[in-house]
Ligand binder design. Sequence first.
Ligand code: PMP
Length: 406
Amino acid sequence: MNQQQHAQLRSQFPALAQEVNGHPLIYLDNAATTQKPQAVLDVIAHYYRTDNANVHRAAHALSGRATRAFEDARETVARFINAPDNREVIWTRGTTEAINLVAQSWGLSELRAGDEIVLSTLEHHANIVPWQLIAQRTGAIIRVIPLDKRGDLDMDAYRALLGPRTRLVSVAHVSNALGTVNPVKEIVAAAKAVGALTLIDGAQAVAHLEVDVQAIGCDFYAFSGHKLYGPTGIGVLWGRTELLERMPPWQAGGEMIDRVSFAGTTFNALPFKFEAGTPHIAGAIGLASAIDFITVLDRAELVRHEETLTDYLVAGLRQVPGLRLIGEPEQRAGAVSFLLDEIHPQDAATLLDMQGIALRVGHHCAMPLMENLGIGGTMRASLACYNNQDDVDALLAALHKLSDFF
Ligand code: PMP
């Protein structure tokens, strides 16, 4: 992608064209949430202005239009992750709800005392706490894959953890804190060999990598729309039909039923069995529009652009005196964590914000990882497709200034 093409891509994100504290906004907090292209904003406004109605219910024209757009969005998601069947795409509020769905439905019905759930040290709290709640109720045991010094999973230790009691392996595709890209195909294959199911938390992956759930071979894949240039409040759980069919409903109410009487209730078919109540229709349509936005671009070229920029950022950070990179994984996507020797991360972030530079500090919802690294938190810069070399240069210049000053 040449500079002019990239400038054209960037210009489609209106939020980026603003000043913050008298400086042009440099938005480097994309792992928390991404900005939205005009196309997504337009689709959502159009939906509310012209097609707003509840789905799957009424015979009138607006409901027909809303239902078609909503179900087309499901098809768009299925194609995006190469799901074999639209009915395997369940709308959720985000990654968190998708993981909770599997934990509450599959976990509560399938896990017995002594069964093992394997997680990794670098998981987001959203892929830890739901399993702790289920472990408390079922007597299942959580085992944790350690990290090596670079911030990659220790794959030998992982294989050694697997055994006849392993029922589920649930790991992130990409770490939100260190940017580590986990070898998910290998992780899944090893889990399968002992008969365990696999869930991949794709929250940080979908915006940066081309995801193919069939090629990965996993049983469940979860992600959020808002980290993929789409709206907040919408996300996806993909699961294999035969598993979803066997799993009991989780939340209950309208939409998810077939027939209700006080004598008993039968449930709707997939995917509706897991979609109780009025869904986030505008969110689903907005997410499909975000997917359309990035899939019309050359995905491989976008991945290359981000890789080049990430390498440039990491190389630049290495030149800042007193700066320590936290995690140097073999393969990285999106996020880079670091600390400055003399400055508290919170103070540094405040000084950067005064120059219009947005990044994140703290534990990044990965407290066990921070504890493992022996630190309270990090400063994290995270990139998206619209970031360019000027953004990185602005951050590096500001960090050099901070480092000189302190
Ligand atoms: N997993 C990972 C790796 C994440 O980065 C996040 C969001 N920071 C989540 C899960 C939770 O996503 P959400 O808050 O959109 O449900």
